[in-house]
Design a binder for this molecule. Structure first.
Ligand code: HSE
Length: 427
């Protein structure tokens, strides 16, 4: 029986757990695959760092030489980033290895070219770990739902920002305070930009939309707004309205059959919405399909061991395919849907206004909204210590119309300030 040879690129939080489980569960993995699997090399940037549970004799710094050995069955990429990772993966594929990656940024940016290279070489390219950590999500979209028509994917796909928003919601803290706690607990990176500005979620949304709608979406086509502008006032206003603020990734198929919209932004969702109860650093994704209805995938979306679970699942499949002399499903793209801009997305808006308590205010606000073709869904007025608040939730309308309408309302002489304004989903 031949032994399957595996190399690992990167031995950080994820790579260390992959190496550990590969060693720990070698017998089970061998039984499941049908042949022994051997970790033959680990490429790292700094060989002097201690990595508990990782076989030291396998660690080296020459990643380029490792992927070019020519006898590898699978290369696991847990480095992240686009360069030099792209080059290493291409070299691995060119030298005949299947690739398992956890790299959302790379797949979202260069997925088409990498899939093509893998197809031409007759090898697998799998990346379940790139979206939703441990949650089986890409395989269900690619395989289990391949006979259905997915119309919408709506989810929380970034654990760091969900942790921060959850903290702000439960403590009333401002964003900066919650971010500090997320950093102290190791959720947020030293440079949290990719998470808090929404770019991490945007890359994941691009991958989800591509798989869901069989089209190509790159991260730069995704509308992105992060959470740095979310305030304690937004949280309080959401709570008073029976809602909670979440950073959502939303992929929708257009009704015309020719288009899609893909966006990442904070939104208020009602407390009884399935995503409202997703706490801490968890991820959860709702998939709406024509025949299946609504499916919910929920679990740990980040962290070494959960992400390693997805990597190892892909590894087993890639190894089984090697033994069978085949490759699994490759690129799923056969459509070229137009990705429409945010201005055209149909959504709702929550507007919390600090107003003068005098006759005619309600009428003035309603008139301005009507002028812009925006219809009021609910309207609530309450008097607090800081004055009178008027909270309007609109019916769904084009995002550009809602933005213009809110600007016009804010400019009314009776409106002293806008306490909070945010998109609304899931009503
Ligand atoms: N930084 C990501 C998150 C984890 O916070 O969800 C890796 O995708």
């Amino acid at each position: 029986m031949r032994t399957l040879k595996v190399a690992l690129l990167g031995c950080g939080v994820v790579g260390t757990e992959v190496a550990r489980y590969l060693t720990l569960h070698q017998d089970d993995l061998t039984a499941r695959i049908g042949a022994p699997v051997e970790l033959v090399g680990i490429a790292v940037r700094r060989a002097d760092r201690l990595r508990p549970g990782v076989p030291e004799e396998l660690v080296g710094t020459d990643a380029a030489a490792l992927v070019a050995r020519g006898d590898l069955d699978v290369v696991i990429e847990a480095i992240g980033g686009i360069e030099p990772t792209d080059e290493l993966i291409r070299s691995a594929i060119a030298h005949g290895a299947s690739v398992v990656s956890a790299n959302k940024a790379l797949i979202a940016a260069r997925g088409a070219a990498l899939h093509l290279a893998a197809r031409e070489a007759g090898v697998d390219l799998f990346y379940e770990a790139a979206v939703g950590g441990a949650i089986p999500l890409l395989r269900p979209l690619r395989e289990s739902l391949a006979g259905d028509r997915v119309n919408r994917v709506l989810g929380i796909v970034n654990g760091t920002t969900n942790f921060i928003l959850d903290k702000m919601d439960s403590t009333g803290d401002e964003y900066e305070v919650a971010l500090k706690e997320a950093t102290a607990l190791g959720y947020a990176e030293a440079d949290p930009t990719a998470d808090v500005e929404g770019h991490d979620a945007a890359a994941k949304a691009a991958i989800l939309a591509g798989l869901a709608f069989n089209t190509r979406v790159t991260a730069d086509q995704v509308f992105v707004q992060g959470i740095t502008g979310v305030s304690a006032a937004d949280m309080a206003s959401a709570r008073a309205a029976g809602s909670v603020v979440k950073l959502l990734a939303i992929c929708e198929r257009g009704g015309d059959g020719e288009s899609a919209t893909v966006r990442v932004h904070p939104a208020m969702i009602p407390l009884d919405h399935p995503l409202a109860s997703v706490r801490g650093a968890d991820n959860a994704v709702l998939v709406e399909a024509e025949a299946a209805g609504r499916l919910m995938f929920h679990g740990p979306g980040a962290g070494g061991a959960p992400t390693a679970s997805s990597v190892l699942g892909d590894l087993v499949t890639a190894c089984r395919n090697r033994l069978a002399g085949t490759a699994g499903p490759g690129d799923t793209v056969y459509r070229a849907l137009t990705v429409r801009p945010m201005a055209e997305v149909v959504t709702g808006r929550h507007v919390d206004l600090d107003v003068q308590d005098e006759p005619g205010v309600l009428a003035a606000v309603a008139a301005v909204l009507a002028e812009h073709g925006v219809s009021v869904d609910t309207l609530r007025q309450h008097r607090g210590p800081a004055g009178t608040s008027l909270v309007v939730v609109t019916h769904r309308a084009a995002d550009a119309a809602l933005t213009t309408a809110v600007e016009a309302v804010a400019a009314l002489p009776q409106v002293r300030a806008v306490n909070s304004t945010m998109r609304v989903e899931g009503r």
